[in-house]
Write a protein that binds this ligand. Sequence first.
Ligand SMILES: Nc1ncnc2c1ncn2[C@@H]1O[C@H](COP(=O)(O)OP(=O)(O)O)[C@@H](O)[C@H]1O
Ligand SMILES: [Mg+2]
Length: 366
Amino acid sequence: MTSPRLLLCCGTGGVGKTTTAAALGLAYAIAGYRTVVLTIDPARRLADALGLSHLDNDPQPVDLSSLSVAEGGSLHALMLDRKATFDNAVRDLSTSPEAAEKLLANRYYQAASTRLTGAHEYMATEKLHQLLTADRYDVIIVDTPPSRHAIDFFLAPRKVQELFDGPVVRRLVNPGRGLTGGGTRRLFAWVLSLVGQDVVDDIAEFFRLMGGVSEGFARHGAQVETALHSKQTDLLLVTTASTASRAGAVSFIREAAAEGLTLHGFVINRFIEPVDVPLHALHPAPNDVSEPLWHRWSVALRHEAVRRNAIAERHHAAALDLSQTAGQVPVWALPLLTEGLGSVTGLRQLAERLPPLTPPLLGPQS
Ligand SMILES: Nc1ncnc2c1ncn2[C@@H]1O[C@H](COP(=O)(O)OP(=O)(O)O)[C@@H](O)[C@H]1O
Ligand SMILES: [Mg+2]
């Protein structure tokens, strides 16, 4: 089994991360790779971008029959469902089907699987592990969750290991240990009198059964952590040419470096390029060519060309600046589309500007 390539789309919310992940998925599929796009963003944008009515926790095929796709290429998409992923993992990792069913029915499990802080990221790790080991994909693209600290997602696999393999859970899942001192026994008797034997039994059972699966969760976390830090993984930072986005990009690069992660490249979305067609092709002359109207039209065209080229110059400078900040990494640029997003044919307009279909605008291969 060869390890699939893992491409992680990072960036703050609203820059076009989900759209870029969808377009990248399409680009790899068109180039002949068996590709899957996983979104961890609870918003339904990935389905919208691919023109699908809905997505769920299992990879769903995307119909590419309207496009010309290299042999072998396919695209699947899925949206992380935290609870379903937790339940499936429990079924896979429990020592027996009976133990799994008991844990799934336990009321403390139900609370933990829906309300545990960080559960979304933990289950993203688990889902990624499933995709990495499925032996069905050449390329896995992840639309990382929008979070205050973009780097949080990459810390989750280690947190999973710490949580499930750490001293707290070990102590709790190991009955007898921790209940030995006289003070602890008195405390326990007091808790028992407050909540009753049923509750205590449920809690004890929760920790006992969780103990059976926690080793598996920790092992998966360790495997994903290794994959994220290996050569099979590339980080792409999706951003825009605005100053605020660039400031965010710079702090992301710093945080990633501190975690031993290196940036593979940038995708600058909504990138304006210099006008390469005569503007009168875009804005036909008015039919009525009376002198004042004609004059207004030609002045407006000249202004628009000047304005647009000034923006294009700023965007190009921003792209250069970003690439240099990250050590000359490649930069791909996506145009601002005025229509067409919401179907694979529309999305192809963006896919055609991305790897592996197109070399970067700037960078080593340009
Ligand atoms: N290059 C583009 N041209 C036109 N619209 C875009 C482009 N990129 C993104 N959008 C639109 O912007 C909105 C936000 O994009 P999305 O990919 O959901 O951002 P994010 O995932 O970063 O929050 C969506 O409505 C999407 O269709
Ligand atoms: Mg998104």
